[in-house]
Unconditional design. Sequence first.
Length: 173
Amino acid sequence: MQKVGNVTFRIVDSNVDMGFVWKDGALYLTLNNLMLTDGDIWYEIPIKDLQNIENREGTLSFEVESMSLTIKGKNAERLLALRHLLLPLIEGEGGGEELAESIVKLMLLGIKDEKIMASVLKVDEDEIRDGLKKAEENGLIHGKDVTEKGKSLLSPEEIELLEDAAMEEVQRE
């Protein structure tokens, strides 16, 4: 589990005719879920169920079935980077350049296992191996390390978010 940052969030159920208050808490990213906590309660939102991700004025908004989730963060750039990380997963992109970019993002998070990459990106392991080979041939990675050219595929905000998340994981170990 990687901490993305401290956030304020609101979850609204459209089946219930009321709004929910904003809660201060933290946002975490796991291989398959977004996790939110207000310090007392944990909310687990499967990435595969997220729909209609939008970024408006420093907030991220998602839909999950009959519910909507809105997240505000002190660092709007981190939320924007998270959006760019999640878009291919939500929209099911997975081929060509998107696959190489997604592999680079996962490697920057410290995820280098082909089986885990395949699971997260919803492709088979052969596609991951082909994507790794192509990424290496194109100079995006060398072995299991992302090169400067590979990092250039990402915005500075995405790189900062991913490297910070990987560093937090190392510090917890």
